[in-house]
Design a protein around this ligand. Structure first.
Ligand SMILES: Nc1nc2c(c(=O)[nH]1)N[C@H]1C(S)=C(S)[C@@H](COP(=O)(O)OP(=O)(O)OC[C@H]3O[C@@H](n4cnc5c(=O)[nH]c(N)nc54)[C@H](O)[C@@H]3O)O[C@H]1N2
Ligand SMILES: Nc1nc2c(c(=O)[nH]1)N[C@H]1C(S)=C(S)[C@@H](COP(=O)(O)OP(=O)(O)OC[C@H]3O[C@@H](n4cnc5c(=O)[nH]c(N)nc54)[C@H](O)[C@@H]3O)O[C@H]1N2
Ligand SMILES: [Mo]
Length: 744
């Protein structure tokens, strides 16, 4: 059966190379896929959980496509290891090639598409009748194309009538999005084209490790490095921190979770040393006086005592940012994924505003969005409180507009849902979600307090996971539906700059696999949805464009055809306009055109009830013997590792989780490099090996979150959330570290 409707010509798989973008992160490096002439490997029909460990699953199949980097402003022809090896997953022997249903004995057996979809639709209909529409939940992903993200939001609200939809962007971008919206009235990761960074003399990167998470991005840091102006704030001497060596800049090795204090300290110095851009503050902002008062007590010595960053470094950085030679402040997950992530990001924005950087030629503030479509994924309605076009679901005008496009009565649209962690907490609870559809997230590995999530998923009446592989979450599902991969589908992605890009199909999908647009359309039909669901990504895009018209993220002037011309296309792009490569040049998106400088103060340490520990935040210290766990990423693996753990080269380079420990700590605890250790707290125990390195603070241990089973960093993280954004505390947790033998 063909997956694409007649309106989309099927490419000849042996013909011309296809220009597209990488399946992984938000940099969306441009690549060209060339058919290698080899037959795409047909994966084993019995692919199932038992075949999860890819490497020993048999001889590696021939790659159907050859990947090459393509010249483009974001990546300038470069790709990272993950990009180069991305085609390996197309013919992976682990690939699921037909719908799979859990059997009585807990294994999986193939079922027909009709049987699978009928069963899902029946269960959803019955659940809705018995328990109400909100008993069905949807969990989406920032890796989905704009078309899929849009369709998923519409499917939830219209075909299911549920408010219970949220997505993994809540774990990723939500704090920066909340801070950006609060300050500027709109949130676009980089409000300027990425190549502008190349002309900066100073770049401050807070909690971002681009050298591993977006390797081609480091080309944009060259100008600042040559000027000695790259400043990196990270508790670890990360690969990005090492880019400051040899006079290229400075690494500020702050205490985990102390970034808010650090930023207040920088603002204090800027004010004390009269480095404020007074004209800019007067003309373009409101709120400065309150903020001035709020930072008055954060003098440098006090900030040094909390953050561990010497006062001379603070002063040098503040002066450098203010020197008028072009300065950018960029934030990453290291500062955003905290219970005070919104306030910390706000403090970074406040500093940028007070220095007059935002919207000014050659300067700016930005957040480095994460997933492939982390930006677009949050604009089209997957988020609990949003409708397409970045509209608020509670806004009557927004509801009327979108309901008009969907051909329904606005009164039939559900209201705002609940953020991801709350949604996960509601699973299987009285009045909570009883059936969950998961599209593009591996929650068992990536959600905070992961064992609680695993246990909650097990209580569901129905768990349906759409994926390419038996991820750890798919392995818990009642039904797993196999979907097309990036090179097998048409669509669009919006990268970290708010630039909309075309994803193109380069080869046919394996026979039994379907596109998510097709799955949603088939389910909607079975559920007798009042609105239609196209399976053609062009048609879906055109509908999305209409639905977004007049919203903050207005895509109404964009189409697949426009994108196919290769023109740079940045939103907002109202119909008839030329789009917006640079935002905030003349005004901010608040009604009065001014940015908001919002006072923020460090909150006292949060005691997580199951924890028993005082977390290391602000002035507070750990209980003796505990250390701060920080988490993050490795170059070779992507997110929960569901994809990259199945690529031989990547797994060989990083086969398991290793906890980074300082040599002094290792000696104190009697741990040798490579020794088996336990990292534990009241929530769980991670068993892994130690990697002893001077690159980490003695009070801190680092774990990557890419690994499964008892190597899941998220067994230890807390599901306490930021009250504004709903972001969980991924980046720090109190833990105890000991050699494995000691606890045996
Ligand atoms: N290789 C690879 N690349 C990726 C991804 C991947 O999984 N793997 N994922 C993509 C996605 S979705 C995202 S969101 C981005 C994330 O990209 P980044 O934000 O660069 O990634 P992280 O490693 O999560 O965090 C960055 C740094 O924060 C530091 N950190 C931890 N705690 C703190 C703290 O309290 N303060 C400060 N200042 N720093 C702290 C960590 O040591 C780490 O070096 O990467 C994208 N690219
Ligand atoms: N401790 C800790 N935890 C973290 C973080 C951290 O820094 N520390 N970072 C957080 C962040 S920033 C993020 S973004 C999350 C990410 O974590 P997840 O949400 O788990 O993201 P992935 O691992 O990319 O999972 C995506 C799954 O969907 C599948 N998939 C990929 N594309 C598609 C598609 O188009 N359709 C469908 N149906 N499936 C698809 C993949 O095979 C994979 O199984 O993790 C969060 N968790
Ligand atoms: Mo992310």
């Amino acid at each position: 059966m063909t997956l694409l409707p007649a309106t989309t010509p099927a490419p000849d798989a042996t013909a011309a190379p296809t220009d597209t973008h990488c399946p992984y992160c938000a940099l969306q490096c441009a690549m060209t896929l060339t058919p290698s002439g080899a037959e795409p490997a047909t994966a084993a029909a019995d692919a199932g959980p038992s075949r999860r460990a890819a490497p020993e699953a048999g001889p590696r199949p021939a790659l159907p496509l050859t990947v090459s980097g393509r010249t483009f402003p974001t990546n300038r022809g470069g790709l990272c290891k993950k990009g180069w090896t991305s085609a390996a997953l197309l013919g992976s022997p682990d690939r699921i090639l037909e719908p799979m249903a859990r059997t009585e004995d807990g294994t999986f057996a193939p079922v027909s598409w009709d049987a699978a979809l009928d069963r899902i639709a029946d269960t959803l209909r019955r659940t809705r009748q018995r328990h109400g529409a909100d008993a069905v939940g949807v969990f989406g992903g920032g890796g989905l194309t704009n078309e899929k993200a849009y369709q998923l939001g519409k499917f939830a609200r219209v075909a299911l009538g549920t408010s219970r939809i949220d997505y993994n962007g809540r774990f990723c971008m939500s704090s920066a999005a909340a801070a950006g919206t609060r300050a500027f009235g709109v949130d676009r990761g980089l409000p300027f084209p990425v190549e502008h960074l190349g002309r900066a003399s100073t770049i401050l990167m807070l909690g971002s490790n681009v050298a591993e998470t977006m390797p081609p991005f480091i080309g944009h840091l060259e100008g600042a490095r040559a000027a000695g102006g790259l400043f990196v704030v990270d508790p670890r001497r990360s690969a990005t921190a090492r880019l400051t060596d040899d006079g290229a800049g400075m690494h500020l090795q702050a205490t985990p979770g102390s970034d808010l204090v650090l930023l207040l300290g920088l603002l204090h110095i800027v004010i004390a040393e009269k480095l404020v851009d007074a004209d800019y503050v007067a003309e373009r902002t409101v709120g400065f006086d309150d903020v001035r008062r709020s930072v008055s007590t954060w003098w440098p010595e006090r900030v040094q005592s909390v953050t561990g960053v010497p006062t001379w470094q603070l002063r040098m950085l503040a002066r450098r940012l203010a020197d008028g030679r072009g300065s950018y402040i960029l934030t990453g997950r290291g500062v955003e994924q905290h219970v005070d992530g919104t306030d910390t990001t706000t403090a970074a924005i406040n500093l940028a505003l007070v220095l007059g950087l935002v919207g000014t030629d050659g300067s700016g503030y930005g957040t480095l969005t994460g997933q492939g479509n982390g930006q677009g994924g949050r604009e089209h309605g997957q988020k609990a409180d949003q409708l397409p076009g970045y509209r608020k679901i509670t806004d009557p005008a927004a509801r009327a507009h979108v309901a008009g496009v969907w051909g329904i009565d606005p009164a039939d649209l559900p209201g705002a849902g609940i953020p991801a962690v709350e949604l996960l907490h509601s699973l299987g609870q009285p009045g909570g979600v009883r059936c969950l559809l998961v599209h593009g997230s591996n929650l068992v590995v990536s959600a905070p307090n992961a064992d609680r999530v695993r246990a909650a998923l097990a209580t569901l009446d129905l768990l349906v996971v759409c994926d390419f592989f038996f991820s750890e979450t798919a392995a818990m599902a009642d039904l797993v539906l196999p979907v097309t991969q990036w090179a097998e589908e048409e669509g669009t992605m919006t990268n970290l700059e708010g630039r909309v890009l075309r994803r193109r199909r380069a080869l046919d999908a394996p026979d039994g696999v379907r596109s998510e647009l097709w799955i949603l359309s088939e389910l909607a039909r079975r559920l007798e949805s009042p609105s239609t669901f196209s399976t053609d990504s062009r048609e879906v895009f055109d509908e999305l464009a209409r639905a977004s018209e007049g919203g903050l993220a207005d895509y109404s002037g964009i189409s697949h055809d426009l994108l196919d011309t290769g023109r740079p296309v940045y939103w907002p792009f109202p119909s008839g306009s030329a789009g917006t490569p640079r935002l905030f040049h003349d005004r901010f998106a608040h009604a009065d055109g001014r940015a908001r400088i919002v006072p923020v103060t460090p909150r006292p340490s949060v005691h997580t009830p199951t924890d028993g520990h005082v977390r290391h935040r602000g002035d507070e210290l750990h209980r003796t013997g505990t250390m701060t766990l920080i988490t993050g990423r490795l170059l070779e693996h992507y997110q929960s590792g569901a994809q990259t753990r199945r690529v031989d080269e990547l797994l060989a380079a990083q086969p398991e989780a290793r906890a980074q420990l300082h040599p002094a700590t290792a000696v104190r605890l009697g741990i040798a490099d490579g020794a088996a250790i336990e990292v534990s707290n009241a929530r769980g125990i991670v068993r892994c090996r130690a990697s002893v390195t001077t690159g980490i603070r003695p009070d801190t241990v680092f774990l990557p979150f890419h690994f499964p089973a008892d190597q899941r960093a998220n067994l230890l993280t807390s599901d306490a959330t930021d009250p504004i954004s709903g972001m969980p505390e991924f980046k720090t947790a109190a833990v105890t570290v000991r050699p494995m033998e000691a606890s045996a």
